[in-house]
Write a protein that binds this ligand. Structure first.
Ligand SMILES: [Mg+2]
Ligand SMILES: [Zn+2]
Length: 199
């Protein structure tokens, strides 16, 4: 179904994927990377694959996390895991009926647009079914990395499952046949310079 080539970008869910899931966390001191997260990101950056975060933060809509607290947590994520080429964040809740909250595809589409790649060339990595549904709805490749909170049916229904983020990177980089030589690829320095993206 997917062409075997280097992805245009890898879009990561935040909670339970890049960092341990602390529900409605507004405290940067409680940010703890998931095993393998830093290594996975370093390898993707070295391979010149843009990396982004696509995250539901309904705690903001619920008033449990302030926008400033969320920014502090996200800044701590970048302190620990390095800079991301884009952040796409949904601060709404289910009742808001927005088009960005996963399983809707809005965050994936937005991150891909900021990175100037097609959603079809993106890999979405997450820990629950909502992440995989958002990937599918956007036409992206989804890879589920289950945690203890992932439900068995979410694992059964996932298009792909990996044990951890290292395995994800192994798979997406080694799946890429005939990689374009370094230097031949058009980088997007403006995307890096843009910093965080949200709406
Ligand atoms: Mg998650
Ligand atoms: Zn939203």
């Amino acid at each position: 179904m997917f062409e075997m080539r280097r992805p245009g970008a890898v879009l990561f869910d935040r909670d339970g994927t890049l960092i341990r899931d602390v529900p409605y966390n507004g405290d940067p001191n409680r940010v703890e990377p998931m095993p393998g997260a830093l290594e996975a990101l370093v390898r993707l950056r070295r391979a010149d694959v843009p990396v982004a975060v696509v995250t539901n933060q309904s705690g903001v809509a619920k008033g449990l996390v302030s926008p400033d607290e969320m920014d502090q947590v996200n800044a701590r994520v970048e302190e620990l895991l390095g800079p991301f080429d884009a952040w796409a964040i949904c601060v709404h809740d289910d009742a808001d009926g927005c088009t960005c909250r996963k399983p809707a595809p809005g965050l994936v589409i937005r991150a891909a647009a900021v990175l100037d790649v097609s959603p079809r060339d993106c890999v979405v990595v997450g820990d629950i079914g909502r992440d995989m549904e958002a990937a599918r709805a956007a036409g992206a490749r989804g890879i589920l990395v289950p945690t203890e909170v992932t439900r068995p049916e979410e694992i059964d229904q996932a298009p792909e499952v990996a044990d951890n983020l290292i395995e994800v990177v192994d798979r997406v980089l080694t799946d890429a046949e005939d990689p374009v030589p370094a230097g031949a690829r058009i980088a997007a320095p403006w995307a890096r310079a843009m910093g965080w993206s949200r709406w």
